[in-house]
Design a protein around this ligand. Structure first.
Ligand code: CA
Length: 228
């Protein structure tokens, strides 16, 4: 059974979320603030977390940062603050997706299913070895000469998609739709933020990417062997 932790201080929205998720067969934990969210996440081990950014006791961004110290559980953020900066900050802190209030329950549920699908374990996949790092698609881990490289769930999804398409120009729209869902396509800022982090973690010289290259105005290309 898939377990969802919902963190929302507004009682009516919390009830609505709980009822809709339970009606679709999810097991649901409902909490109203950041402290309870962190406690519930560690004891209940949810499969996905829906997190309101505006909480009474602490900022949702702080909740994300605390969670990311120890768990890769996907996080979908809810917020009334419809600004580009908040979206980037939440993604930057490790959120996987973002829904702006007011939202339709159908939209949230579609995002939730897409996020769960992206994090479903896959098998029968190879290991990609480069001069500087190795990506094991079976074990879902990246390693370099220092050991395991910690990637957030979204970073991992991007790396996985790009390394499955070696030497191919993958457009921003294609990556967004593959990783975030079919309704995405223009949010290239998502990609820029995450690619910056990925390069910091995997590239020998992050400012001069050799493996995860930007094709200006087009998209990205993973080049596992020699450069151009
Ligand atoms: Ca709130």
């Amino acid at each position: 059974m898939t377990r969802i932790l919902c963190v929302e201080d507004e009682p009516s929205l919390r009830r609505t979320l709980g009822a809709n998720l339970k009606a679709r067969g999810y097991e649901v934990d409902l909490v109203a603030d950041g402290t309870q969210a962190l406690a519930s996440a560690s004891t209940q081990r949810p499969d996905l977390i829906i997190l309101d950014l505006g909480l009474p006791d602490m900022s949702g961004l702080d909740v994300i940062e605390s969670l990311r110290h120890w768990t890769a559980t996907p996080i979908i953020v809810l917020s009334a603050r419809d600004t580009e900066l908040d979206k980037v900050a939440a993604l930057d802190a490790g959120a996987d997706d973002y829904v702006t209030k007011p939202f339709g329950m159908g939209e949230l549920l579609a995002r939730l299913r897409a996020t769960l699908r992206r994090h479903a374990p896959s098998s029968e996949d190879p290991v990609i070895v480069t001069e500087h790092f190795t990506v094991d698609l079976v074990a879902s881990r990246a390693t370099n000469s220092d050991g395991e490289v910690k990637l957030t769930p979204t970073e991992w999804s991007l790396v996985e998609y790009l390394v499955r398409n070696p030497d191919r120009l993958v457009t921003s729209r294609e990556i967004l739709q593959a990783v975030w869902g079919p309704q995405y396509g223009t949010e290239t800022n998502y990609l820029r933020v995450h690619l910056t982090h990925i390069r910091r973690k995997l590239e020998p010289i992050p400012a001069q990417p050799r493996y995860f290259r930007t094709e200006v105005g087009m998209g990205y290309r993973f080049t596992p062997s020699q450069g151009r």
